[in-house]
Design a protein around this ligand. Structure first.
Ligand code: CAA
Length: 269
């Protein structure tokens, strides 16, 4: 057993391709990107690994929230620039890659990012698909594609301005300059900035809190909040009202527990 495998086994993490998976606490799945020598560049294999883990998590009722992390040097340095085009199709347009991004985008359960080090290009765009982003203060967020004569093509030109505003997004995308975890938090790209090294424990703590809620309510919240990106306000408000009419056992339990002054026990029904 090599040192890496031994470390992995000791930490209870299962290695699958370019990701490591573990359960830091009940209901929470931790997916760690594991290409440290390449700063967790998003090769098709790594993106496919994340998508595969999310597909499995989606149908596993035991998973209530997922935390996505890298290592202390990089969350992810973005698309793997060294990955060669196949069949004449540029790497950016490879079917497996696009399908993997779609899976991440459509993942219905809470997805949290724990960011230390670089979150660049596709790595920054990956954080834009996460519902909650915890950043180490020294983390570096950026869209440096312009420096290689390109632009963010995994949703960045559309999602970044929606999150931080047009002028700041233009500055980030046109100069390729980075912002640190504190500024990312100030600009709304991150939820919280924490001391270096604390992003993962803090993200797991929040995931654990969310995992204790009704999973049906949580999935409805995610669906409804994300409607702000895709639907006009009158349409999303009317959908919100319709969704509110859903009766669930968890909702009955929440009300009963409040009346009886006890902690609710949610069953996801
Ligand atoms: N793709 C492939 N390999 C990468 C990579 C990437 N995005 N980022 C880093 N690496 C590799 C480096 O080539 C290097 O490999 P070797 O040891 O074999 O030379 C290794 O990772 C370590 O990198 P550095 O020595 O450069 O490490 P550093 O800590 O000094 O710098 C960095 C880290 C600032 C992330 C720097 O590597 C860098 O600028 N990387 C490129 C970042 C980038 O341009 N990202 C955007 C990609 S394009 C994209 O994402 C497109 C899209 O939206 C569609």
């Amino acid at each position: 057993m090599d040192t890496h495998t031994a470390d992995t086994a000791a930490s209870g993490e299962a290695a699958m391709g370019d990701i490591l998976q573990s359960t830091p606490c009940e209901g929470v799945l931790l997916i760690r990107m594991n290409r440290p020598a390449a700063r967790n560049a998003l090769s098709i294999r790594l993106l496919g690994g994340i998508a595969g883990a999310l597909r499995a998590a989606q149908s596993d009722p035991g998973v209530r929230a997922v935390v996505l992390a890298g290592d202390d040097k990089a969350f992810s340095a973005g698309a793997d620039i060294k990955e060669m085009p196949d069949n004449g199709i540029p790497m950016w347009g490879q079917k497996e890659r696009l399908l993997a991004w779609k899976t991440i985008e459509r993942f219905p359960k809470p997805l949290l990012a724990a960011v230390e080090g670089y979150a660049l290009g596709g790595g920054c765009e990956l954080t834009l698909l996460c519902d909650i982003v915890i950043a180490g203060e020294a983390a570096r967020f950026g869209q440096p594609e312009v420096r290689i004569g390109a632009f963010p093509g995994d949703g960045g030109t559309q999602r970044l301005p929606r999150v931080i505003g047009k002028s700041r997004a233009m500055w980030m995308i046109m100069t390729g300059n980075f912002i640190d975890g504190r500024k990312a938090c100030e600009w709304g790209l991150a939820t919280e900035a924490v001391a270096p090294g604390q992003a993962l424990p803090r993200a797991c703590e929040i995931a654990r809190e969310i995992a204790g809620m009704s999973p049906i309510a949580i999935e409805m919240i995610k669906q409804e909040v994300l409607m702000t990106d895709s639907k006009p306000l009158d349409e999303s408000l009317s959908l919100e009202r319709k969704l509110l009419l859903w009766q669930t056992e968890d909702h009955d339990e929440g009300i009963a527990a409040f009346m009886e002054k006890r902690k609710p026990v949610f069953k996801g029904r």
